[in-house]
Design a protein around this ligand. Structure first.
Ligand code: PLP
Length: 391
């Protein structure tokens, strides 16, 4: 019997327990220190335990924790207004996780199809895409490993190859109501949508009376170098979902839509914790920090440094492509097993992630400094050198 046995086993976890975090650094129960380039899976926008979040949680928790979702509260109003002011969307529905926000987006699109498109209900999604782990968002995801699981799934998701406009065109039929994508496929290994593809999707959506849904759960809130990744594409989605970085470490997500698509009627959508003041107060504080003077420009600068450093490593060791945007960057490790690098890096106090066998992903705090990037690059260089020497 181990102390871990009371937890359902849903993944393989290393035998360490984290007890403290600050900025780009984590400490385990034995006092070991780790440089964190995972940050809660691209969640901790301002790093671990930033003062602004501690203060907001403390102040808001003393004022009002939960007034019930059937009533307005001030942080919910403030946060929705901040999101609307700085995006192309008109209204917001707050939820608790990315998957829940995506479920909301799928329901909203189907509702709109019922009202405006003779009951059209099918949604085109993409191979290798990831939208969450509820049954419907697993159904929408294009992850091969999900296919045999939990049958029967929610029907109506037609998965086509990413960056293939002709395949999307061919998949549209009279029952299609929307196209849903991640502007950069994160879990697939940081695969950016091409600009011409996204522009083509917008055109296809306009020509065929379809909604364009962006899942910005991983790319939003500055992660890809703009407040929202759609800005880089100069394309306006009709619906967008956010989570991860929105709460900077606390659980909150959001479904945003342009006014004409906000068609929920009373009873269609809700949830006990949705829009609770504690989480919306934190999200509003995180948004204001990301929107503060120079913050997004700094991300672009750090991104250049990280990309340049990884490209130098790639060149030194004959590795592959460095790609991504902002502080969501991948390095192809070619014939070196990326999981092995992740394991060895952890032993040396560096936390990185391998979304695929031969892909490393870097998603540090958005306020990381140049020195920490250099420390990461040096640790990674040592680990790769050891791997190269071992073969
Ligand atoms: N959509 C994208 C693009 C994601 O990266 C994720 C999580 O990794 C999700 C949805 C699901 O979010 P959550 O785990 O908060 O439900």
């Amino acid at each position: 019997m181990s102390k871990y046995d009371a937890l359902m086993e849903i993944t393989s976890r290393p035998d360490l327990v984290f007890t403290k975090g600050k900025g780009s650094w984590l400490w385990d129960a034995d006092g070991n220190k780790y440089l964190d380039f995972i940050q809660g899976w691209a969640v901790n926008t301002l790093g671990h335990s930033p003062d602004i979040i501690s203060q907001t949680l403390s102040e808001q928790s003393q004022m009002l924790l939960n007034a019930s979702p059937a009533f307005y509260n001030q942080p919910m109003i403030d946060c929705a207004n901040t999101l609307v002011k700085h995006s192309v969307f008109d209204q917001v529905f707050f939820a608790n996780s990315g998957a829940e926000a995506n479920e909301g987006a799928i329901k909203l699109a189907r509702k709109w199809g019922q009202i405006n498109k003779s009951g059209a209900w099918k949604i085109i999604t993409f191979q290798n895409g990831f939208h969450g782990r509820t049954l419907t968002t697993m159904s929408a995801s294009g992850k091969a490993a999900f296919e045999p699981l939990f049958e029967p799934k929610t029907s109506g998701f037609n998965k086509v190859p990413f960056n293939d406009l002709d395949a999307v065109k061919a998949a549209i039929d009279a029952d299609t109501v929307a196209i849903m994508l991640e502007p950069i496929q994160g879990e697939a290994g940081v695969i950016p949508a091409e600009k011409s593809f996204v522009k083509g999707l917008r055109q296809l959506a306009d020509d065929n009376n379809l909604l364009l849904i962006f899942d910005e759960i991983q790319t939003g809130i500055g992660r890809a170098g703009h407040l929202f990744a759609y800005e880089e594409y100069a394309v306006e989605p009709d619906i967008m979902t956010l989570a991860k970085g929105l709460g900077g470490g606390v659980p909150i997500s959001a479904l945003l839509a342009k006014g004409e698509f906000c068609v929920f009627e009373h009873g269609d959508q809700g949830g006990t914790f949705n829009g609770n003041p504690l989480m919306t107060a934190v999200a509003d504080a995180v948004l204001k920090a990301v929107l503060s003077n120079g913050f997004l420009q700094e991300i672009q600068q750090r991104s250049k440094e990280l990309v340049a450093g990884l490209e130098a490593l790639s060149q030194q060791f004959g590795l592959g492509e460095v790609r991504g945007a902002g502080l969501l960057i991948a390095l192809e490790t070619e014939n070196i097993n990326a999981n092995e690098i992740v394991k060895r890096a952890l032993e040396k106090g560096l936390m990185i992630n391998a979304p695929r066998e031969n892909t490393l992903r870097f998603m540090p705090a958005l306020n990381i400094n140049s020195d920490e990037i250099n420390q990461m690059l040096e640790l990674l260089r040592i680990v790769i050198q050891e791997r190269v020497d071992a073969v």
